[in-house]
Write a protein that binds this ligand. Structure first.
Ligand code: ATP
Ligand code: MG
Length: 305
């Protein structure tokens, strides 16, 4: 039994019906021995939809410091991000870096195996479960280790989190392309001081955001992102699926969907409701986020005895 399987066993025993204790495990895929194939619900018949299953511990962090922003190039305060528990380049072997190294591998393997698989949407059932935290960590992890170029898109157009998380101003972005205010992806693409990381912000808020995300223009944009940037991973920080209509139109156009499940918070029912909305062909992975540890810095101590 892998350490993650042991962790899930213990999670089931300790948190009872509130958490996702009905998750049943199968043996990991042979090629990816750090992941678990999760059979989330028998009666909902969704086991085939979940491909991989990971864990991220709850980290503790200090207060952030401000930084500056300018159009088309942003200097991200990496020291501040490091304090927030986010993966940054050259930070050495931290717990969070190790966890996202494990998480990104199968996503990267699949990213170039099939058309559009380089489009990876990070979402969750409800608010505050850690979508943006995981989206930024995943993007940083991929960019930091010189694996691939990454484009991080703030697709949470109603309540964008990326500006707060990176401590930068929102500016023209996704919505501006969709309403025709910005002509081209390159007009809104922002380079950063992390060489392989670019950003597209959510842009101007719009009352018809859902229709715009469901529009043909969005389909063309995603096609362009998948093709023109086919050497690059595109990570979408998406809105929560059960709370917004915007999030429901995105998954069918994504190559991979990563659902963030908050330890001891996300219910089995909410998770089932989300997964049941996806097509049987959807490529879904789960991240168990905010998993408590005994002592900060101890690698996954809480669940491994
Ligand atoms: N593994 C973690 N350890 C510690 N704190 C975390 C972790 N994951 C997320 N958080 C914190 O939880 C809060 C919510 O996270 P985040 O903003 O990423 O959630 P979200 O799902 O994007 O929320 P929203 O639905 O509002 O966009 C933030 O304060 C974030 O720093
Ligand atoms: Mg968010």
């Amino acid at each position: 039994m892998s350490i993650i399987e042991k962790a899930i066993n213990k999670l089931e025993k300790e948190v009872g019906s509130k958490a996702i204790h009905n998750v049943k495990r199968k043996r990991p895929q042979p090629a990816v021995n750090t992941t678990i194939k999760a059979d989330v619900s028998e009666e909902a018949n969704i086991s085939e939809k979940v491909v991989d299953h990971f864990q991220v511990n709850r980290i503790s962090h200090d207060k952030p410091l401000p930084t500056t922003a300018s159009p088309n190039y942003i200097n991200i305060d990496l020291e501040r991000l490091h304090q927030l528990g986010i993966v940054t380049p050259n930070q050495g072997k931290t717990q969070i870096a190790e966890q996202f190294r494990i998480i990104k591998r199968p996503l990267l393997t699949k990213a170039f195996a099939k058309k559009n698989n380089n489009l990876i949407m990070i979402s969750s059932a409800l608010a505050g479960e850690g979508k943006s935290f995981c989206a930024v960590n995943l993007a940083m992890s991929i960019a930091s280790e010189m694996d691939h170029r990454v484009l991080l898109i703030d697709a949470d157009v109603a309540r964008p989190s990326i500006p707060n998380l990176l401590d930068i101003e929102n500016q023209a972005g996704l919505m501006d392309i969709l309403i025709g205010k910005s002509g081209d992806v390159s007009d809104v693409l922002i380079k950063t001081n992390v060489e392989k990381l670019s950003l597209i912000m959510s842009g101007t808020a719009h009352s018809h955001a859902t229709e715009l995300l469901a529009s043909q223009t969005m389909a063309i944009l995603l096609e362009e992102l998948a093709q023109r940037y086919n050497d690059r991973i595109v990570v979408f920080d998406a809105p929560p699926i059960l709370l917004t209509s915007e999030a429901r139109v995105l998954p069918e156009r994504m190559g991979q969907i990563v659902l963030v499940v908050e330890a001891e918070q996300t219910t089995q029912q909410a998770l089932n409701q989300v997964i049941n909305q996806f097509s049987s062909k959807a490529n879904i992975s789960l991240i168990y986020n905010k998993v408590k540890t005994f002592a900060s810095g101890e690698y996954c101590g809480y669940y491994y005895s």
